[in-house]
Design a protein around this ligand. Sequence first.
Ligand code: SAH
Ligand code: AVI
Length: 753
Amino acid sequence: MSQSEDPPTVRHAPGVASERPASSAVHRYRAVRQATEALTRSLTPEDQLAQSMPDASPTKWHLAHTTWFWETFLLVPHLAGYRPFDPRFHYLFNSYYEALGPRQPRPERGLLTRPSLDDVIAYRAHVDEAMGRLLAAGPGGLAELLDLGLAHEEQHQELILMDILHLFAQSPLQPAYAPPRGGEPAPAGHSPQPPRFVGFEGGLVEIGHRSGEGFAFDNESPRHKVWLEPFELADRLVTNGEWLAFMADGGYRRPELWLAEGWARAQAEGWQAPLYWQAPETDGGGWRAMTLHGLRALDPAQPVSHVSFYEAEAYAAWAGARLPTEAEWEHAARDMPVAGNFLGSGRLEPAAPPPGAGLRQMFGDLWAWTRSAYAPYPGFQPAAGAVGEYNGKFMAGQFVLRGGACVTPGGHLRASYRNFFYPNQRWMFSGVRLARDAARDRAADTAGDFRADVLAGLALPQKAVPPKYFYDAEGSRLFEAITALAEYYPTRTEIALLRRIAPEISGLISPGAALVEFGSGASVKTRILLDAAPQIGVYAPIDISPAALDEAAAAIRRDYPKLAVAPLVEDFTRALTLPGAAQHRPVTGFFPGSTIGNFDPQEAQAFLRGARALLGAGARFLVGIDVVKAEATLVAAYDDALGVTAAFNKNLLARMNRELDGDFDLDGFAHRAVWNAAASRIEMHLVSLRDQRAQVAGRAFDFALGETIHTENSYKFTVDGFAALAEKAGWTLEASWLSEEPAFAVVSLIGSG
Ligand code: SAH
Ligand code: AVI
């Protein structure tokens, strides 16, 4: 695609296309031609003539050039007796094929007031009629050229929209190309969760088009092997809100974040924001952006678009990450359905990431910049003839983008599809997905996660830090102090319940079984099970807090000398493998304390799915869940009279100060616990007691008086509601037990097969 409009030649499954019936060939041809014309319906003849910059072409030129392509590569050589519509058009509408002679200079395409738009429409009709005759008997030996022509025209559909947006952005009237879908202004998107990184082992993998699997451009071949070191990909695109934080932190003013060439370009062109962004007009006003729906308030939840490779690189450096390579991207995308927000959605703009877990927005929304130079794959051979000019000759100085965008026709994309642009270009629908090298050891990884999660979380409109970071050594100690508080009923009631049901549970546990505990902390509740079920052979506690885990594992080893103890310092939201000692045994999972309530429902589902994979089909999973009850009881449990929970909450500020070089004033924030009835959760926040600025991880964050950092959710359940959630994640409810008041429940789940 790129600023050079024409696609490369095609490699094909021999025989597949040529067996398609004639009606299918004609139908496909007409559908694509009509789709191009449909894009021009809201445009005036004047709109279709103007050229806003050398890289962009007038719509009228796109309409004519795609027609010229059919005429030049199919009709003239292959339709006996075909007469070109107007021989002069060969000069006007050749894009860059040197083999086909001289052409209208690219920057002067907007000077072509003649032929008129009506003449170009007549040109299209002339060629369409002839193509109908050529394809009447089926594509025959022209199947490859037909596929190529269709893909070429689809690329121009995207170019028409890119170029029109650029043109309209130059107009003081800032016209809308189309009303937003549904005619309404876009709703402010929900604030996405901080990005999560999804891990890939890498190794020796294959990328590129698999021959025999339908159409692909020649730049996607040959398929070949590449070596990937372990890496991680962010689960979504970078948002406008995150980009605003980058800007607020001097992203466009700090040369140390930029590649030298990028910095020079940013200075020369005065970049202060993505292309099409407009600074607030008034104090307190918001940023706006020119879109295909006209000038609109910037939605912080939408992915940032119209950024150059240089800006993407600077952002990644700022975020402590990097751009993915194209091989990493393709490897991650290869088994995903090619589905997403493409042109067919009618949105004409990228959408906020859908809720959920795992990689999202890989296809559609925005082309993702990679750090890979656009270069030939090993063994690449440019095709013979004029169409072969496309690829080889553009493989210098450009970078690859992957995945397609909201202006790319659906069905045009593949996992192996390589788009490419120069690193300074910004008018395409380009966005950013972060990547990073997988950490070599857990300690370094956890530190990197903490930094990245804090930076991302504090950049959200509602500032937030994930609760798993409460548990440094001091946090784990404070949590144990909470469990002894009069107001904090969950620990007491769950312990009493476990004591009552332990004999029954013991009857369910096979001899030699492995007990795998999530978020084991001080392993206090574990002892109830170990005492009642001495047949347990292995204990594998998993906890993110090395201090708590080391101490608990040592104490359990001391008190249960026959038990094999295999602790795992890990974040249990990651894909895990069981320690060797716990493998090949019957497994009982244990997740007490309602720690599962610290996930939102989507995260809980993702966790349960992961636990089902880890523990295996047929495994039993005992989960403690806190139960909805009177608001006063709930709030008191999270806002105790002695202020221990307040200290636990504020310890997060102390941890950021210590580990991320922060300067939070601990007296400048207050603990707050509120019951959110609609969401059925207690929320903990740290409330700023004044307007203030804090530094952390090398960045400054402003807090208005009353603004909060959301530090924890603690969801409260009903047994039925929880069972429904678990069922969606591959678990079946086996039994449940309810404590005395204040109610707490333990459920037993069985992993479905
Ligand atoms: N199970 C104990 C402790 C609950 S406190 C009880 O019921 O009393 C929550 C525990 O989960 C802490 O020990 C904390 O370190 C651990 N934890 C929280 N988030 C975690 C994560 N993402 N991965 C692993 N452990 C986590
Ligand atoms: C670990 N988790 C279940 C506790 C809870 O109740 O949500 C953490 C906690 N937060 C404040 N007090 C206790």
